[in-house]
Design a protein around this ligand. Structure first.
Ligand code: OFO
Length: 174
């Protein structure tokens, strides 16, 4: 059983993970509109992985005999100034999420909730990967500046990304 304080914090993180999925779906839609299908694919894969993160929190809350409480999901932006601006926003968002995971870990330590602290280890490592993968694209976009050729090549590259889906999210028949 987790404390009321810990349960509230876990439910808030579940909401942030759902917002992350929402944000990346919004970015995918922005790229679809620009006919940058590879970028859209990358963002959809990112959004799907975020649903996986949300599911981990959902399941963990029940594993600890808690109650999931779904909250309103904030509306994400619809447009960005450029692909670069979208990836800058994605990078800022990932840093925000890393920070909130760290705060959760600090709370678990303060509460001597070592099971939650251990559960969060996966997310601490995942955030290193999340920040790095967004930063990698961001750096390439900075390098591309306004070159349509480089943007096209990057679009091809980002089209290769496949999501790492948890079993529950894999559509039947695949
Ligand atoms: Fe992007 O890692 Fe979850 O939110």
């Amino acid at each position: 059983m987790v404390s009321e304080r810990m349960l509230k914090a876990l439910n808030e993180q579940l909401n942030r993970e759902l917002y992350s999925a929402y944000l990346y779906f919004a970015m995918a839609a922005y790229f679809e509109d620009m006919n940058l299908e590879g970028f859209a694919n990358w963002m959809k894969a990112q959004a799907e992985e975020e649903l996986g993160h949300a599911l981990r929190f959902y399941n963990y809350i029940y594993d600890r005999n808690g109650r999931v409480e779904l909250m309103e999901i904030q509306k994400p932006p619809k447009e960005w100034e450029s692909p670069l601006a979208a990836f800058e926003a994605a990078y800022e968002h990932e840093k925000f999420i890393s920070n909130s995971i760290n705060e959760l870990a600090a709370l678990a330590e303060e509460e001597k909730d070592y099971a939650t602290r251990a559960f969060l280890e996966w997310f601490i490592n995942e955030q290193v990967e999340e920040e790095a993968s967004v930063k990698k694209v961001l750096d390439k976009l900075k390098f591309a500046k306004d070159s349509p050729q480089v943007l096209f090549m990057l679009d091809q590259e980002l089209g290769q990304r496949a999501p790492k889906l948890p079993a529950l999210l894999i559509p039947q028949g695949e």
